[in-house]
Design a binder for this molecule. Sequence first.
Ligand code: NAD
Ligand code: MG
Length: 380
Amino acid sequence: MKKKIIILGSTGSIGTQALEVLQQRKDSFSVEALTAGENAELLVQQAKAFKPKVVVIANEQKYAFVRQALDLSIEVLAGAKALEEVVQRQADMVLTAMVGYAGLVPTVKAIESGKDIALANKETLVVAGDLITKLAKQYGVQIVPVDSEHSAIFQSIVGETHNEIEKIYLTASGGPFRGQDLNFLQNVSKAQALKHPNWSMGAKITIDSASLMNKGLEVIEAKWLFNLNPSQIDVIVHPQSIIHSIVQFADGSMKAQMGLPDMKLPILYALGYPKRIISDFPRFNFMDYPQLTFEKPNTKVFRNLQIAYNALEKGGNMPCVLNAANEVVVEAFLNDKIRFLDMPNIIEKTLDRVEFKTNLTLQQYIETDKESRLIAHSLL
Ligand code: NAD
Ligand code: MG
């Protein structure tokens, strides 16, 4: 029996790497559905190679192009609503590789229809982690993280069901601006921020990595995946990105997962879970990395990390506000509308202006997201 996979965001960095992984494993996996936001050409190419039952292009204006390019054995749908529908089709697992808040509702629908989730779309857990984890429990589905740090923790706690986590250390590369001061950051360009030292990723997460918001989002993601308090989650800068994260147990023992920085590894682990699948990925050579080093993150310079911790401490709708404001400022920075250091300022002001609420329903999260975006936009 092949494992049936649906991929949300198949044309992105994670999506294309997932298809690379699956290309060589067509005996064990079948791709049931592919979806993309804008890149209709690549979606068509992928559909021709993987023959899914259905594809979705979120931009409805590109429907005709996709429909014409594919033969009728593949169903073609368009629009955001179609994403919510296809995740309910028959499959074993949904890989959520869309970027941003747009992943929330499709992920909810996938869980409600009983699909296990290979979760790359961390924003979903940031926005509504309580709701998502509650639903996953209710519907008996497994959420397997794809994010490399969370995959590392997940892999390190296999077999530790009777042992509580004392603490986790999420490792951070530090991004392109590691070691710089506020003076330097004031005038950094978009091109500089988009140059990540160790990973090649989509634009949004690359900016988040440069500002350390990515690590802030990952702290919140870890809270929900592993049921931790903020005080149990530490961030340590590890520029080589070889140790992907570390768990510490009650006896003081620590377990880490290591490997070369290649997202194909956590993707393969999530798709294959609970089985490890043979791969020919390059193996680690210790002599290439004679020194693994560690530093404390500088939250005075990279304020986003502290702002994210504060939002998590406060809880309720605050992480949802944080995420919405962050998506607005990252887009504005990518469009040259604001400067690098405007980002944390606007996020903080947005958090101050949205009324604090707890125990939100999905609808209330959707409303909070909308309101926060309006406020963040007004502050640009
Ligand atoms: P990306 O920008 O390269 O790709 C995003 C994908 O989502 C594309 O296929 C795009 O078409 C689709 N998409 C975007 N907006 C959409 C919308 N409104 N409706 C439907 N589809 C839409 O992003 P990425 O780097 O692959 O990241 C995807 C997710 O994985 C993010 O949440 C990111 O934080 C997470 N992640 C990525 C990496 C990485 O190495 N790239 C690592 C860890 C986690
Ligand atoms: Mg990560």
